[in-house]
Each structure stands twice: as structure tokens, then as C-alpha cells.
Design a protein around this ligand. Structure first.
Ligand SMILES: [Zn+2]
Length: 482
């Protein structure tokens, strides 16, 4: 049976395999950073871990090419740890098992870590290959990209020496990325004093699940349902139609994911209970019909729970649910000059209302910083009307596209010569480390590209085998051109 070690280019797959054997979930990258530095030193390269935990390597130019511009190859060392529920897998200890499945490689029940292990493996192959022709080379392998781009944020403005940065962390072969969205975390909070529930009421929990969710940037324009937004609508209508009181509400768990599930607990007047089951069943059918062809697993179910002794006071309950109804969610605007790409979006990501505290968490994204600020202020205005306190944090700038970039021109020319067609030039509606690195290195000329990955950040993550060869061949060829 063949393994990934038999695939081409062998050097890239050999290093990728080695990375699958080293646990490297975000937040636990010490083992892999140590491995990378020791490996590079073993080859006689300059290599060190910087003050925040990023790995930097340098390789001298091929004789005769010393005067060329220095290229920084960049990838991130951490991976998203996601697994199927039934698998016992400890991402801090267990290796990732890989499987060749036709044209693709995937893992057994876990994320594969091709995001961004393929970028790291390609860097290692370049650093090791004595036959490539290139000017002076540098590598930056950042830590903890997936949980907040901490390595890129912590990178000092003095560490890198490169003139050109090739980020190897985008997900479709044949596409060159020249811009990305910035982001801002918006958090609205309120503390309230619970009040005693009405006497004799009965408890019911209503759960919405089975939605697709997805990446809050890349998949925000696909019309998928947001579980929090939808359940807020159901709750709003229940409060209008039935004699009931809000006990608690919870939905979503990651700021950068479209929420897939949400649940609300209400106390009902027992006289209203008969109609309730029908009402929820009809609502489920209505949602399924509104989202037919996008969402196939919509499930809205009601179950009996013990009635809670305390509830949210009526005025606060109405304010909070109204704020969720009014909260902007989804695409706000496309880029006027690139109309197929989202410019500004909002993801109502995590909501918790319980035991005297309400917290709403939103991620706003835009490639235009002033539009992002407008969206944030407009969300704050909505929440302030509900009496909530709104704070902004974790803001980072977008990466403004430069269509006249010399490295973009070199990559387009090299791609055309090698593969006989034009690559697509795009802007991504998600954060890339380029935006953050560029803020400290404004003179660096940057492009991002990578092999073809599908379903990254999920246990279905897979990488297209043939695209890995094209990805590596493009790096090798463009290094010779610079
Ligand atoms: Zn990545």
C-alpha cells in the first residue's frame, strides 16, 4: 500500500509526513518549533526562535545570485485541532494518520494540518534543496496563527530582512492573493438582576441545530443560516405569541465560525403549551423552506425541562432579544471595484444570556478599515439602545491590494510560462498574516498562494495531491526569476 512518502514532490511530502508526527495544535507548538530549528541547524542554516516563538531561518544565495532581492517564505506551524466526535484523539500527544484517497490526501477522523503544514513542508524542501537557484532566502514560520495570529502580531519590526514575502497559506492552487480583510472583535455586555418567575409556569427548551456553519469570512456570502440569529427570531415570535418568560439563551462557540447551534430556555404559561409543539413544528418547516438548497439538516425541537425559579426581567428580555433581531449579520457590502468579493461583513458569533449576565460577541471584517469602523460603531449603536456596554478589541488592519506589485507580475509571468494559463488574482475576505506583517514591514512586496485544500478546520480537511506539485514547482521557478 502506498503512503504519502511515495508522492511527488518527494521532499515536500517527506517533510509533511514528519510534521504529521509532531503534535502541533495552536497553543502547543513548542515541540514543532524546536524540531524546525534543530533541523535547520543540522543543515548548517542560520536558525532561531524569536522572542514570541516564531521560527526564522536563513539560507545563503546560490553563488552568483547574492545581489538579488531577499525573499521571505512564510507559513504557520500550528494547526486547527478538530476531530469527529467518536474518535479518541489527543492533539497534544497523538500523531495525525494520513490516507491517500484517489486524487486527495486526508486524515483519519481529524484535521489533516495541510493548513498550513504544506506551507511549512514546502519551505523545508526549498531550504534543503541544493539544486534550486535563488537569491538570499529567509523563512518565517509563525506560531498560533489559527487562534489569533499571535506570532505575526508579536513579530518585531527588526527580525526580518527580506524585501519580498511569499505567504504560503492560501487554499486554491492557481490563485494569487494580493489583499485580505482586517478584523475587529465587538463585545456587548449587560449585567442584570434576575427576578422570580411567574408562579405555576412550566419550562421548555428549544434547540436549533443541524446547520452547516462555516468560516465566518470565506463562507459569509453563501447565504447559510446563522443559528443565533434564527433562534433570536423564533424567541422574539414566541414572546409575542405566547405567555412566556426568558430564562437563558446560548449559541455559537467560536468568533470566526458561523454558529451551527443555539438553544433557548423559556418558562411558559401551562395553558399555552398545547399550541406550542405545533407552532415549533411549523416554524421548523418554514425555516427549512426558507433555506432549502442551502441547509438540509435544519432541526428545531422543543423539550420539557424543569421550570426555572428565576427569569430575565421583562424589559431587559425584550431589549436583549430586540438587539439580537437588529444586529447586523452577514454581508454588508461587496468591494466596489471587485464586485465578486466581500468587502465588509459581520458575524454574530457567540451569545450567552444566563444568571444575570448577557454577552454578545461579533467579528466584523473588512478590507477597508474605515468601513470596518463604521460597522463597529453601528453595532455599538444597536447594543447601546438595549442598554448594553460595547467594547472593541483584537483589531487588525486589512492588506490593501497593490495591483502594480513587482512580485505579483513575476508570479503571473512564471505561472503562465510553466502551466500555460493565467493565474487568478484575488482578494480574500479573511485575515492573512500578510496584513499584520505588512503593518510592521510596509516596504515588503507580498503575495499569498498555496496548494488546493478543501474543508480546512474540519475533520474532512483534504489536500489535492497534484496541486502540491504545481505549488512547489511555482515556488522553485519564481525564486529563480527574482
Ligand atoms: Zn492557515
Amino acid at each position: 500500500m502506498s503512503t504519502i512518502l511515495d508522492l511527488a514532490p518527494q521532499a515536500v511530502w517527506k517533510h509533511f509526513h514528519a510534521l504529521t508526527q509532531i503534535p502541533r495544535p495552536s497553543g502547543h507548538v513548542e515541540k514543532v518549533s524546536e524540531y524546525l530549528v534543530n533541523w535547520a541547524k543540522g543543515l548548517g542554516l542560520e536558525a532561531f526562535i524569536d522572542n514570541v516563538g516564531n521560527v526564522v531561518m536563513r539560507k545563503a544565495a546560490t553563488p552568483g545570485m547574492e545581489g538579488h532581492k531577499m525573499v521571505t517564505l512564510q507559513a504557520h506551524m500550528d494547526m486547527v485541532p478538530q476531530k469527529v466526535a467518536e474518535l479518541a484523539h489527543d492533539f497534544t500527544k497523538d500523531p495525525i494518520q494520513t490516507v491517500i484517497d484517489g486524487e486527495w490526501v486526508h486524515a483519519v477522523g481529524t484535521t489533516l494540518g495541510a493548513d498550513d503544514g504544506m506551507g511549512v513542508a514546502a519551505i523545508m524542501a526549498v531550504m534543503e534543496d541544493p539544486n534550486l537557484k535563488h537569491g538570499p532566502l529567509e523563512a518565517l514560520i509563525t506560531k498560533d496563527e489559527e487562534t489569533g495570529m499571535y506570532g505575526a502580531f508579536g513579530l518585531s519590526p527588526e527580525t526580518l530582512k527580506g524585501d519580498i514575502l511569499l505567504n504560503l497559506d492560501s487554499e486554491t492552487e492557481g490563485e494569487l492573493y494580493i489583499g485580505c480583510a482586517g478584523g475587529l472583535d465587538i463585545t456587548a455586555e449587560l449585567e442584570y438582576k434576575e427576578e422570580p418567575a411567574a408562579e405555576g409556569f412550566v419550562g421548555r427548551k428549544i434547540t436549533l441545530k443541524g446547520l452547516r456553519g462555516g468560516h465566518s469570512g470565506i463562507e459569509i456570502n453563501q447565504g447559510r443560516a446563522n443559528a443565533v440569529k434564527l433562534l433570536a427570531r423564533v424567541t422574539h415570535d414566541l414572546l409575542m405569541e405566547f405567555d412566556c418568560q426568558l430564562v437563558c439563551f446560548a449559541g455559537g462557540n467560536m468568533r470566526n465560525a458561523i454558529p451551527r447551534e443555539a438553544a433557548v430556555v423559556l418558562n411558559f404559561n401551562p395553558e399555552d403549551i398545547n399550541d406550542l409543539e405545533n407552532y415549533i413544528a411549523e416554524y421548523e418547516a418554514q425555516i427549512a423552506s426558507e433555506y432549502k438548497s442551502i441547509e438540509s439538516g435544519v432541526s428545531l425541537k422543543i423539550e420539557e425541562v424543569e421550570a426555572c425559579k428565576n427569569v430575565v426581567p421583562e424589559e431587559i428580555q425584550d431589549n436583549l432579544i430586540n438587539a439580537l433581531m437588529a444586529c447586523q449579520d452577514g454581508v454588508m457590502r461587496m468591494i466596489p471595484t471587485v464586485p465578486d468579493t466581500v468587502e465588509t461583513s459581520s458575524n454574530l458569533a457567540i451569545v450567552n444570556i444566563a444568571e444575570g449576565k448577557a454577552a454578545f460577541k461579533i467579528l466584523a471584517r473588512s478590507s477597508c478599515d474605515t468601513m470596518k469602523d463604521w460597522l463597529a460603531d453601528s453595532l455599538a449603536a444597536t447594543f447601546n439602545m438595549a442598554g448594553m456596554k460595547t467594547t472593541f478589541s483584537g483589531g487588525y488592519s486589512g492588506w490593501q491590494p497593490n495591483v502594480d506589485s513587482p512580485i505579483l507580475a513575476a508570479l503571473k509571468k512564471t505561472y503562465k510560462e510553466k502551466f500555460g494559463k493565467e493565474p487568478e488574482v484575488k482578494v480574500i475576505h479573511a485575515g492573512l498574516e500578510c496584513g499584520i506583517i505588512g503593518a510592521n514591514y510596509p516596504k515588503m512586496d507580498m503575495v499569498s498562494f498555496g496548494p488546493t485544500l478543501e474543508s480546512p478546520h474540519t475533520p474532512s480537511e483534504r489536500v489535492h495531491i497534484a496541486s502540491v506539485k504545481k505549488f512547489y514547482d511555482l515556488i522553485a521557478a519564481v525564486l529563480e526569476q527574482i
